[in-house]
Design a protein around this ligand. Sequence first.
Ligand code: ATP
Ligand code: MG
Length: 253
Amino acid sequence: MIELVAVGRRYGDRIAVEDVSLQVAPGELVALVGASGSGKTTTLKMVNRLIEPTTGIVRVAGRDVSGVSGPALRRGIGYCFQQIGLFPHLSVAENVGVVPSLLGWDATRIRRRVADLLSWLELPAELGPRAPAELSGGQQQRVGIARALAGEPDVLLMDEPFGALDPITRETLQQRFQEIRRELGITTLFVTHDMVEALRLADRIAVLDHGRLVQIDAPQRLLRAPATDVVVQLLATPRRQAAALEPLLAGRA
Ligand SMILES: Nc1ncnc2c1ncn2[C@@H]1O[C@H](COP(=O)(O)OP(=O)(O)OP(=O)(O)O)[C@@H](O)[C@H]1O
Ligand SMILES: [Mg+2]
């Protein structure tokens, strides 16, 4: 369970996030959506103390995170972020195995876990010994996802994890990710600017606008009863895209 209580973050006079309260229930996936600069990444990073809130309380599994050291906290929380941040001097396999090593797993268990994750993310085993710089952007992104899942976390933070992937790989991985997440009951806060992705993956969608939470609801409820114009606008894009495709699919264009 992730819990934010009246959380805010300022940079000088500028407000990045203000008075955000939300809960992600055990096993639930909440998607954070909103325009660029609306505070999604800042909100996510306050959960594992990569950014410190200026106001409010963050709890993970009932514990106020301000009382837990950043590194200890991040060993128990899987995360992958927009700028992928793989360790350049470690191989792909070593990158994926970082958290299991820190958790003291034995070498055989780590090797097996890394192999499973690479195969699960459709990364050929021969990429394991390579340096991250020798991979494509989409491959690096998948290594980032594998690394986030490696320590079998109960809680996962993801920032645009599927952003750099081609549409087919993206759909396959969304499906795989959803299966593994449901199977393991991983509590997930998931940032995306792709409304279709949010509608497909999320149990509930949280909409940020200029740092404030304007609505948090199940996808169907969001579609039926958008709370503000911003929510209407965010939903307009997938609707427009679907409408634009319709005549083409019907062979009328
Ligand atoms: N270190 C910083 N110093 C000053 N302002 C910052 C800093 N980090 C973020 N901000 C500001 O806080 C606001 C929220 O930024 P944030 O990165 O959370 O947005 P976002 O919703 O993730 O956007 P995007 O979709 O573009 O990734 C922005 O206005 C940004 O300019
Ligand atoms: Mg961001």
